[in-house]
Design a protein around this ligand. Structure first.
Ligand SMILES: NC(=O)c1ccc[n+]([C@@H]2O[C@H](COP(=O)([O-])OP(=O)(O)OC[C@H]3O[C@@H](n4cnc5c(N)ncnc54)[C@H](O)[C@@H]3O)[C@@H](O)[C@H]2O)c1
Length: 385
């Protein structure tokens, strides 16, 4: 077990759950405590897939007298007010107190939901994040962002609430479906572009072993990304400035994700491609660097462009005028709609789109004065290209 800690985050990275109690004791300044010496009740929140694959091993390692469990359906739909209310009622029913703890075991969905419940139940009780997807291990379980969706509006209800501990067992990634693993790889690549150029070389050189989920490689990449995230969060906990670099690829990506029915990882990679193309147009980077990004994307089977299959995005769009448009106008409408989604990103302010663009090897900058026409041009270039 290794600790990655600073004044804001307490993260442990490990290859099993065996040291869970030891880690917990350390962060409570105790020695050899069991979880029952620290908390009166324990509630695990997880989803059905994770429950089937991971939870037993964790529960065995925790060695608690008794653990409550609340298992939600896998998927984004569980991050909603209904499920929030059901779990809150359950917390009341089982008498969770201010001395109780919620353990979130799962991907980003469970982490965000359970984190928000912990931050609002009795004005806040302890939460421990036990991330089990690659995305959650390298990103969502660290840094204290919690939240649920309001209808189709993502993460609009939420809080900044730091977990008492984030316990990462990279071995849990072994049961993660391959598409989810690849999706998480987009976030891993992101870290190399925003913070650590040598890490990009590592990913290229070790792509095969990573895809085969070699233990040492998994440990290395998760530790590298978690360390970067912890460092960025300590410098800017509430996302006033620096933390925005973690959104690299996300501003462009969100529009594509929402309208084209693709995975988050695919959308982030397409978004990073758009940011690279814009940076090239603006002469912020050289082509060699862009070529390297294309190479790493190909190695990990991540897409660079999106398809505008109109049927895919009709379903999700409830604006009647949009539905009535003739087919030859569809493409422009889609591209403008992606821009509109980018404009409505909650990370923008004063009506300006904050774009994170690569400016040097392993370095990005937040730029908010790119003209809309240039952004539209880039979106067009990445459609069916
Ligand atoms: N809080 C943050 O800072 C932050 C950052 C990025 C993303 N997010 C949020 O994270 C969510 C996406 O997270 P995600 O990609 O982990 O999705 P997810 O939680 O839906 O997990 C993906 C799928 O993998 C399954 N799974 C997870 N771990 C598994 C394992 N070890 N074995 C087998 N199956 C496993 C889950 O059941 C699910 O079906 C989104 O809601 C997003 O808004 C939050």
């Amino acid at each position: 077990m290794e600790k990655i800690t600073n004044s804001v985050c307490n993260v442990v990275i490990d290859k099993s759950y065996r040291n869970f109690n030891e880690a917990l004791s350390i962060f409570h300044n105790k020695i050899n405590y069991n979880i029952n010496d620290i908390y009166d009740e324990i509630l695990i929140i997880s989803d059905q897939n994770v429950y089937n694959n991971v939870v037993d091993e964790l529960v065995e390692s925790i060695k608690a007298k008794f653990i409550y469990e609340y298992i939600v359906m896998p998927g984004e739909n569980s991050k909603c007010l209904d499920v929030y209310e059901q779990i809150m009622n359950y917390c009341v029913k089982i008498n969770l107190s201010r001395k109780s703890v919620i353990i979130a075991v799962g991907g980003g969905v469970v982490g965000d939901l359970a984190g928000y419940i912990a931050s609002t139940y009795m004005r806040g009780i302890d939460v421990i994040q036990v991330p089990t997807s690659l995305l959650a291990q390298v990103d969502s379980s660290i840094g204290g962002k919690t939240g649920i969706n309001l209808g189709k509006v993502k993460n609009i209800i939420g809080s900044f609430y730091q977990p008492k501990l984030t316990y990462i067992n990279v071995d849990a990634l072994k049961s993660l479906p391959q598409n989810e693993f690849i999706s998480g790889m987009a976030e891993v690549i992101k870290y190399s572009i925003i913070y650590d150029y040598e890490f990009l070389d590592y990913l290229i050189e070790n792509s095969e072993a990573i895809l085969n989920r070699d233990n040492e490689c998994l440990y290395y990449i998760v530790k590298k990304c978690a360390s970067i995230k912890v460092e960025v969060v300590e410098k800017d906990e509430k996302e006033g400035g620096l933390r925005k670099i973690l959104n690299f690829g996300h501003t462009f990506g969100h529009g594509v994700e929402k309208l084209c029915n693709i995975s988050h990882g695919d959308a982030v990679n397409i978004g990073m491609n758009m940011a690279f193309k814009l940076a090239l147009d603006e002469k912020l980077i050289l082509n060699d660097y862009y070529e390297k990004f294309i190479k790493v994307s190909n190695l990990f089977n991540l897409p660079l462009n999106f398809k505008s299959d109109t049927n895919d995005y009709y379903e999700d769009f409830d604006n009647d005028s949009f539905k009535e448009c003739s087919l030859d106008k569809d493409e422009d409408i889609l591209i403008n709609e992606i821009l509109n989604i980018m404009k409505s990103d909650k990370k923008n302010s004063f009506g300006k789109i904050n774009l994170v663009l690569p400016v040097k090897l392993g370095e990005v900058k937040i730029i908010d004065n790119i003209e809309e026409e240039k952004i539209l041009h880039i979106i067009r270039k990445c459609k069916n290209a």
